[in-house]
Design a protein around this ligand. Structure first.
Ligand code: 0X9
Ligand code: ZN
Ligand code: ZN
Length: 305
């Protein structure tokens, strides 16, 4: 069964999406943006109060990498918190009145399912091609941003395989198409990974600073401070290339170059004690503190529309 303080299976997450959206028709709608390689539906939840005119929006995805289980847990937590605090928390109320938040709870569903059934440490998609016996590409190397030039591998057996071409992975194409289609309303792109406790922003495919570097850094530092205020968890903020490592083909750089200025990658808890195998007892504190960072960024974006 579904629980916010457990790592849910894809099937539990699907049931949860159906039930939460039918219980909250005034604040959530569901749309399938395409199917995964293995045919699972990629469902985006749109949170926000209905409006007669187009609302500016934030897009957030979780679970680009299959084994980073705390990430989908955060997307689920976020949806719950948004619904349960709308009407009582003034910031959440104002956010959902003025903006929509698109949430993709699991990006790499096939990989996520595989980590539950076959290999807990799987990272990539599950696509295959004749000519190679190795399965999958790294979805966060498959976006069209300096594709496969740096920190990515052209070997299909590598965990950072960039794929056969930009957007060769259907999951990446589905998300990129959705963001391109909604480009005029999407003001921020937030993607959840683990682990390392970092708040990253462009660029990662090159060392050069983003045109908006100082603003992106200031907002990241404010968000990290908000996160730390709850339990003292420390985050480091900075451009991907120098803060974690140079790596091309990532979703954050791609969204930024498309024109989505506020583009952030979170690397959630921890710093390596448990790594990808973060205990379920840490889901609640991790999500609670991350909510504060998300809300800090959202408030800034809303103020600067
Ligand atoms: O390597 C990645 O894709 C991310 N780290 S992870 O351990 N979750 O795999 C960092 C992504 C930073 N952004 C880009 N490289 N564009
Ligand atoms: Zn279950
Ligand atoms: Zn990741």
């Amino acid at each position: 069964a579904h629980s916010y303080t457990k790592y849910n299976t894809w099937s539990d997450i699907q049931n949860w999406m159906n039930s939460i959206s039918s219980s909250n028709p005034n604040l959530i709608s569901k749309q399938v943006i395409g199917n995964t390689y293995e045919g699972r539906p990629m469902t985006v939840l749109k949170l926000g109060k209905a409006s007669s005119s187009a609302k500016p929006a934030i897009f957030m995805d979780c679970g680009i990498h299959a084994r980073e289980w705390i990430s989908p847990a955060f997307c689920q937590w976020f949806v719950k918190e948004a619904l349960s605090t709308y009407g009582s928390d003034s910031q959440m109320t104002s956010l959902l009145n003025q903006m929509d938040v698109f949430v993709l709870p699991v990006f790499n569903i096939d990989g996520y399912a595989y980590t539950h059934t076959n290999n807990r440490m799987w990272r990539k998609t599950r696509s295959s091609r004749s000519g190679s016996s190795c399965v999958g590409a790294d979805p966060n190397r498959n976006f069209d941003a300096g594709w496969c030039t740096l920190g990515a591998s052209s070997n299909p057996c590598s965990d950072t395989f960039c794929g056969y071409s930009p957007e060769s992975e259907i999951e990446v194409k589905n998300v990129a198409d959705f963001i391109r289609r909604n480009k005029s309303v999407i003001k921020a792109y937030i993607t959840m990974h683990s682990y390392s406790q970092l708040l990253l922003f462009p660029y990662s495919y090159k060392y050069g600073l983003a045109a908006d570097h100082s603003e992106l850094l200031k907002v990241a530092q404010g968000a990290s401070a908000a996160l730390q205020s709850l339990y003292g968890t420390r985050y480091t903020s900075g451009p991907g290339a120098t803060t974690i490592y140079p790596a091309a083909g990532g979703s954050d750089d791609w969204a930024y170059d498309l024109g989505v200025k506020y583009s952030y990658t979170f690397e959630l808890r921890d710093t390596g004690r448990y790594g990808f195998l973060l205990p379920e007892s840490q889901i609640k504190p991790t999500c609670e503190e991350t909510m504060l960072a998300f809300k800090y960024i959202a408030a800034y974006v809303q103020k600067n529309l």
